[in-house]
Design a protein around this ligand. Sequence first.
Ligand code: BGC
Length: 417
Amino acid sequence: MIRIDKVMLAAAVSCAALAGAARADGTVEVLHWWTSGGEAKAVGELKKAFEAEGGTWVDSPIAGGGGDAAMTALRARVMAGNPPTAVQLKGPGIQEWAEQGALNNVQDVAEAGNWDKVLPPALASIMKYEGKYVAAPVNIHRVDWIWGSPEALKKAGVEAMPTTWEEFNAAADKLEAAGLIALAHGGQPWQDATLFETVVLGVGGADFYRKALVELDDAALRSDTMVASFDQLRKLRGYVDPNFSGRDWNLATGMVMRGEAGFQIMGDWAKGEFLAAGKVPGEDFLCAPTPGKGFILNSDSFTFFKVSGDDNIKGQKVLARLIMSPEFQKVFNMAKGSIPARTDVPLDDFDSCAKRSHEDLLAAIENDTLVPSMAHEMAVPRSVRGEFLDLVTQFFNSDMSSQDATTRLADAVQRAM
Ligand code: BGC
């Protein structure tokens, strides 16, 4: 009897020690939409780092590029009074949830880690609500990229990646003449909107982009420049294969990888796919900015929802600290295709596309041509973004004229404001 008591006591003590250890190192349930090959690899780095500190990671992936499905799931969880501890969220969405009182701040972690000193001010302000950090940024993604297949381009006699939309169209015509798909694309609203915003930047320039897609200036939205942007989007629609509808973005990347298609226009998470498949930039695939001067910014970040319990709060703080550590920012971004959000992480080990992204980012800051992504929720409230996505997708899937699209878009944005 005594022996049993002793065994039981020992077991109870060791259980308590284990539970204590888990509590001490925190638990996080992380809601995210990183489910493609490159994305899963990248988020795996965060899980690994968190678990290395003794924390418990509960993974809640919601598949769907661009995160629209994840945001629907998040709303349902919050409505049910059961928010996840950490959520991949960005741009104005952070402010929207903070205004509703849904977020915890991690200001103490931010102060201890000097976040104000190591983040670009434009990014730091997106992460703060009422002067306190409620989010931690993991990266800087660039949206305005063209990915090219050297094999397909060679077959079609295209010598270089295009630098103007005229060159793009001419190269696409050659690819089609060679029996190849010119533009690998997935017909999903956020992907259509991704094409659209790169075209708006290329056709109208950064000032026009800002007026139309960020400030929602009515005159810009109704301008001839917008009509011309829709004209180029119509051209792109013509370069897409018949099976594009509903295709996931990473499957489109696969088409470029296999040399079936010449180009994909997509943010540099596409590079994460090439890298995860062991492909080498400059050899197996090419990267070039889409035509036009500027840099469309998309930054992923994690927010910390209002949860209770020491274990969860501890988890949020540990996660925030890890996300902003230079070591994590390096390994994560080398897998994700992006560059670090921190300005003090050396890029020596990064590939040539990442280095180009960094150079162009600095130039864009200098020339005031850095613009936030509308399609990727960095620019306007979700309700307004929804109007853009609906209209652009309708245009893409019908024979709507560019003039009609321009008027309907401006009317819809006005109604949503
Ligand atoms: C996110 C990326 C993600 C991509 C595709 C973007 O909105 O910022 O991190 O890889 O969507 O899912």
